[in-house]
Design a binder for this molecule. Structure first.
Ligand SMILES: Cc1cc2nc3c(=O)[nH]c(=O)nc-3n(C[C@H](O)[C@H](O)[C@H](O)COP(=O)(O)OP(=O)(O)OC[C@H]3O[C@@H](n4cnc5c(N)ncnc54)[C@H](O)[C@@H]3O)c2cc1C
Length: 497
């Protein structure tokens, strides 16, 4: 038994959702596109899982954060796929792929064939066992990658309220989960081997700002050490963590965020892999011309790096997916993926964005004892990376644009003095003209083409706000209903993007 499609996407996460949206925008016909996902729900905005999903009060739940709400576009509910004739095969793992016969074998025993395949299998969390520690299966040990993990984390968090939570890892997942655990009234200790949190991105000065902020919320940091083993109760729950510095910490729950590994195993030996990812060209096309790879799994040429990179962040998943679909549907009009790396995080009341590459000399600017500060990275005399905490929309757009333009920097002292003003002045200069390029966007060059949908989205948002205000007024009453409703909507958006 088998079915055949023109286009198949394996994986049903962020990149799959945005690819489907782009296919529809470019006129895919009913019955041409199929998505196969081992998850039980339609593609959703994964960042919500460590933010709004973990809130103790009014947490976000599906269907509110399906793709593409993260970019203020349509919410692609399961019905949307049905309406557009897209076959969404859920709860189904692709067990093997044969790139010669262009077929996939699924966990239900079905063979699905494709003309063009998009690999959007993302990544999986590194397990403790891969570092020589056992205990991942304990009922109070949590990872966070998908909806099932998030549901489990919520349950464990609720049953451990007031207790001790140990977070192993000081990266993205560790930092965002630690903040959520605090908000859920757990006593949190973060343990990681480095000298400071977010070691691959933050400078020591930036890290110390966030660490002090976390400490002010009650989080303890134990640095320069790693987990070596757990103590267990008779019913198999972890009761304490043992660290390489010899210390033992009592634990009611443990969250593990020690890194991820791209899901490439289906294609090992069949496609060229590089630095653990599937190697693709600037059109997101792999070593097999019928197969494209996007999102966390794709190792692609990153212009600003001058080499290939695998960017495990949501903006890249969205844009690389759109770019691949453009290259598939309109090859003659689609250039190379010209992507400006963009990462962000939102924890507590904090919010930062980073653009570009963090290499070379660092110039910090702004008020590190206040709310808005940042850093520039200067490499070979050019601005190559920018970080900003607490910025406005205009300021974030300015650092994005300045980084994309890579201005020459002669005087670091002057740059420090100018601070954010430098990015603002550079970004106000007219940008150099550039060929149209759907997915190859930092935020700023995207602005002109998206005026149309911005206007539409604005109207939709206004109607939604009015409807929400009306509903909220009827259900909760009170003054300033409209403003409160707008604030709530903004808050919701903050926690799902
Ligand atoms: C909790 C969390 C918070 C995050 N927060 C941020 C953030 O604040 N900012 C940011 O920039 N990035 C963030 N990220 C990273 C971002 O979500 C990822 O970069 C993005 O989801 C990658 O998209 P993707 O489609 O490549 O992979 P995914 O979204 O992981 O999707 C992969 C999909 O493929 C499925 N799959 C895998 N193998 C198979 C198979 N063999 N058969 C069928 N299906 C399969 C998976 O089940 C999954 O549905 C976060 C990630 C997590 C986990």
């Amino acid at each position: 038994m088998g079915r055949a499609f023109d286009y198949v996407i394996v994986g049903g996460g962020v990149a799959a959702g945005y690819a489907a949206h782009e296919f529809v925008k470019r006129g895919v016909s009913h019955g041409e596109l199929c998505i196969i996902s081992e998850e039980s729900v339609a593609p959703y905005e994964r960042p919500a899982l460590s933010k709004g999903y973990l809130l103790p009060k009014d947490p976000v739940r599906l269907p509110s954060f399906h793709c593409c709400v993260g970019t203020n576009e349509e919410n692609l509910t399961p019905n949307w796929y049905k309406e557009h004739g897209i076959e969404l095969i859920l709860n189904t793992q692709v067990k093997s792929a044969d790139v010669k016969s262009k077929t996939l074998l699924t966990s239900t025993g079905e063979t699905i064939s494709y003309k063009i395949l998009i690999v959007a299998t993302g990544a999986r969390p590194l397990k403790l066992e891969e570092t020589g520690v056992s205990g991942s299966d304990a009922a109070n040990v949590c990872y966070l990658r998908d909806l099932a993990d998030a549901e489990r984390l919520v349950n464990v968090m609720q049953s451990s309220s007031g207790g001790n939570a140990i977070v192993i890892g000081g990266g993205y997942i560790g930092m965002e989960c630690a903040a959520s655990l605090v908000i859920n009234k757990l006593k949190v200790t973060m343990v990681f081997p480095g000298a400071h949190c977010m070691a691959t991105l933050f400078t020591p000065k930036i890290a110390s700002y966030y660490e002090e902020f976390y400490e002010s919320k009650g989080v303890k940091f134990i640095k320069g050490t790693v987990l070596t083993s757990f103590d267990f109760s008779t019913d198999g729950k972890v009761t304490a963590v043992n660290l390489s510095d010899g210390s033992k910490l009592p634990a009611d729950m443990v969250v593990i965020g020690i890194g991820i590994h791209p899901n490439t195993s289906l294609f090992e030996g069949q496609l060229t892999l590089e630095k653990e990812g599937i190697k693709v060209n600037g059109r997101m096309q792999s070593s097999n011309t019928s197969i494209y790879a996007v999102g966390d799994v794709a190792e692609f040429p990153v212009k600003i790096f001058g080499e290939t990179g695998r960017l495990k962040h949501v903006d890249c998943a969205r844009k690389s997916a759109r770019h691949a679909v453009a290259a598939i549907m309109e090859p003659e009009k689609t250039g190379e993926f010209d992507y400006l790396p963009f990462f962000y995080s939102k924890v507590f009341t904090l919010s930062w964005q980073f653009y570009g590459e963090n290499v070379g000399e660092v110039v910090h600017f702004g008020d590190f004892s206040g709310k808005t500060f940042g850093a520039y990275w200067i490499h070979n005399g050019q601005l190559v990376g920018s970080f900003l905490e607490g910025g406005t929309k205009e300021q974030y757009e300015a650092i994005a644009q300045a980084t994309r333009l890579k201005p020459t920097i002669k005087d670091l002292t002057k740059l420090k003095r100018q601070g954010l003003g430098f990015a603002l002045s550079v970004s106000r200069k007219p940008p150099p003209s550039k060929p149209s390029n759907v997915g190859g966007s930092g935020q700023v060059p995207d602005k002109k083409p998206i005026y149309g949908w911005c206007a539409t989205a604005g109207v939709i948002l206004a109607v939604a706000i009015a409807a929400f205000a009306y509903w909220y007024g009827r259900t909760e009453g009170g003054e300033n209903i409209v403003f409160d409703s707008i604030a709530r909507l903004k808050n919701l958006r903050n926690f799902i993007q």
